[in-house]
Write a protein that binds this ligand. Structure first.
Ligand SMILES: Cc1ncc(COP(=O)(O)O)c(C=O)c1O
Length: 430
């Protein structure tokens, strides 16, 4: 008889064969403490771990699963695609359909190239912008995360920010050379910079969602657009989180500001590995095989990912976004009422379907104010208070909550009840 797996036994085995026991650092619970739960299966708003514990899940693969887990249409699309072969190394109809669908939804985008992750999309977009403008310098903002390519690992958010954040002029990671970020200028979020004429690209999360949820001020994105135009730099919206989540046309439609280059991921792959970057036909013509900027991928435009992505997008009309926003509003209001009732100072920002949580009295507007909230040190206790009550939030204080279309009234009300108890425990120092 074999002993059944437990979270602890799998973690122990994982630690022996996988660095830190995980394939992405934030999953290791380092900043909240404890043993990660190992997911056996998910359905809708819920996941179950290998011990049979049930959680209402607000991680949702960090935003990849907008319909909830194992949505029947996605499962059917993937099964159907897999039956016809998983990858060919030749173009497929699904790639063309997904590219057409993306371009039809986002105002201003004419062409896209699919990749296998958001990291690859952002890395490739930087190379494209440098190739297209002939300029080396890129600007990024403190606390914005654009994946883990070398040039973008400077003052990055998400799991990177949980470590000892390096100074803005040093790489965030060992193994990234000073040379690799020598042309990366890091600036504070929500301040429109005066750009020099050697800047080729300004990268921004149009709604920052990797330092908690920090919306842009009304002037910020329009100011970036005007500055880029003034010096002839390209503007990149990294919509890996906001794309196809904030609304049909993502943050571009939401803000009314149009960038030159976009990155997407997560939602457009329906939970399969995917990313994409895009822009005008003129900018994208710099890419091989048409132009001199090389970029490629064995699994790019993978038929399972494009099938899942199309299945997801076909469910996402204006009504679906109204529902997502309504779900997020119930969650945000519930969290606010829980904090108020327990007299725990906290702010709960919401942008459409995205919800954040900061302890403290004021809503952060940039990385240093977000970090000040995290340094109050309340998140780990709140996280565990929720997890113990069957509510799974991300195991890191710089992440946001991803209520999905599957989070109905029952799940939301259970979540709010748990938050009341967890906030009360926090106030009592339990
Ligand atoms: C805004 C943003 N850009 C890029 C990435 C990197 O995407 P991936 O993890 O698919 O490489 C992420 C991941 O969370 C992200 O949030």
């Amino acid at each position: 008889m074999t002993t059944p797996d437990t979270n602890a036994s799998l973690y122990e085995r994982g630690l022996r064969r996988i660095p830190g026991g995980v394939n992405s650092p934030v999953r290791a619970f380092r900043s909240v403490g404890g043993t990660p739960y190992f997911v056996a299966r998910g359905e809708g708003a819920r996941v179950w771990d290998v011990e049979g514990n049930e959680f209402i899940d607000y991680v949702q693969s960090y935003g990849a699963s907008i319909l909830g887990h194992a949505h029947p249409k996605v499962v059917e699309a993937v099964r159907d695609a897999a039956g016809r072969g998983t990858t060919y190394g030749a173009p497929t109809p699904g790639e063309v359909r997904l590219a057409e669908e993306i371009c039809s939804r986002v105002p201003g985008i004419e062409q896209v190239r699919l990749t296998s992750s958001g990291t690859e999309a952002a890395m490739s977009a930087v190379r494209l912008a440098r190739g297209a403008t002939g300029r080396s310098v890129i600007v990024k903002f403190e606390g914005n995360y654009h994946g883990h390519s070398d040039a973008l690992l400077a003052a990055a958010g998400s799991g990177v920010a949980e470590g000892d954040m390096a100074a803005a002029t040093a790489p965030d990671s060992a193994g990234v050379t000073v040379g690799a970020i020598a042309d990366t200028v890091v600036l504070p979020y929500n301040v429109v910079p005066t750009l020099s004429a050697d800047v080729g690209l300004v990268c921004v999360e149009p709604v920052a969602a990797n330092m908690g949820l920090v919306p842009p001020t009304t002037e910020f994105l329009a100011g970036l657009r005007a500055e880029c135009d003034r010096v002839g730099a390209l503007l990149l919206f990294d919509e890996v989180i906001t794309g196809f989540r904030l609304g049909v046309g993502g943050a571009t439609e939401w803000s009314g500001v149009q960038p030159d280059v976009w990155c997407f991921g997560k939602v457009i792959g329906g939970g399969l590995p995917v990313g994409c970057f895009g822009g005008s036909a003129e900018v994208m013509a710099h890419l091989a095989p048409l132009g001199a900027v090389y970029q490629a991928g064995t699994l790019s435009g993978n038929p399972l990912a494009t099938a899942a992505g199309m299945a997801v997008l076909s469910e996402l009309d204006a009504g679906a976004y109204d529902q997502l926003t309504a779900n997020a509003t119930v969650l945000a209001e519930g969290l606010r009422s829980a904090a108020d009732a327990a007299r725990v100072p906290a702010v709960v920002p919401q942008v459409g379907p995205l919800v954040g949580l900061f302890f403290g009295d004021s809503a952060p507007t940039d990385f240093s104010s977000a970090r000040a909230s995290v340094l109050l040190g309340h998140y780990p206790a709140f996280f565990h208070g929720m997890l113990d009550r069957g509510i799974a939030l991300a195991p890191g204080p710089y992440e946001v909550m991803f209520p999905s279309l599957a989070h109905g009234p029952a799940e939301l009300s259970r979540t709010v009840d748990a938050a009341h108890e967890a906030m009360a425990d926090l106030a009592a120092g339990a």
